[in-house]
Design a protein around this ligand. Structure first.
Ligand code: HEM
Length: 185
């Protein structure tokens, strides 16, 4: 039941965006709109994924962590497809030029490659072998946060609150890691 509920909740942003884009047809700049919906959703889901272990005493979603993380990757992949198909119109030279010219794009690209690696190695068998490398998710999240801030020309109150939440999660995660390390030594 929980799995079905999560499945529905995680697909809501996609459903909402499709409704606005194809049914209401009220979006002025679809490419920008898709960047925002997919980018923000991927970021929220990925931060939620690293928060799962912090809140497991109260809500235990550990069983679904992989599934939730893969949804984060799915939205990041849609974000990339928006760039490659709609923005670059499948032109590799445009992709290379934008990536080399704009620092926020290459930070996004590096984060995206880390996420690809994590998605591929998230199966039980590969996770056992590569689980220490999954710590790179923190590097990806730092890059994503810088990418997100750099992509904004100016920050609205909502985006500012969003960044504060990200920083609070990062801080709690850091404290949690330090406490765990001290218990082990
Ligand atoms: C694959 C490499 C990536 C490329 C080429 C890319 C490209 C872009 C571009 C062009 C924008 C600016 C859109 C605009 O406002 O005009 C943007 C914004 C954004 N991206 Fe990415 N991105 C990449 C990776 C990622 C990843 C991996 C994430 C998160 C998981 C992400 C999250 C965001 C967010 C949150 C924004 C701000 C959206 C807004 O305008 O409100 N990006 N990205």
């Amino acid at each position: 039941m929980k799995r079905v509920l999560l499945f529905i909740v995680l697909l809501l942003p996609l459903g909402f965006a499709s409704y606005e884009l194809f049914f209401l047809e009220n979006v002025k700049d679809p490419i920008k709109y898709i960047y925002t919906i997919t980018g923000a959703t991927a970021t929220v889901i990925l931060f939620a994924t690293i928060t799962i272990s912090l809140v497991k005493k109260w809500i235990n979603l550990m069983k679904y962590r992989r599934m939730i993380g893969l949804y984060g990757f799915f939205y990041a992949f849609l974000h990339f497809l928006n760039f490659f198909i709609l923005d670059a119109e499948l032109e590799i030279s445009f992709v290379i030029k934008e990536t080399l010219d704009k620092p926020f794009i290459y930070l996004g690209m590096i984060a995206f490659f880390i996420l690809i690696f994590m998605a591929i190695t998230s199966t039980k068998k590969l996770y056992r072998k590569y689980n220490s490398l999954h710590k790179f998710v923190y590097l990806a999240l730092v890059l994503i946060t810088i990418h997100f801030i750099m992509a904004q020309k100016s920050l609205s109150i909502l985006q500012f609150i969003y960044i504060i939440i990200i920083l609070v999660i990062a801080y709690c995660k850091l404290i949690d890691q330090i406490v765990k390390k001290n218990k082990l030594s």
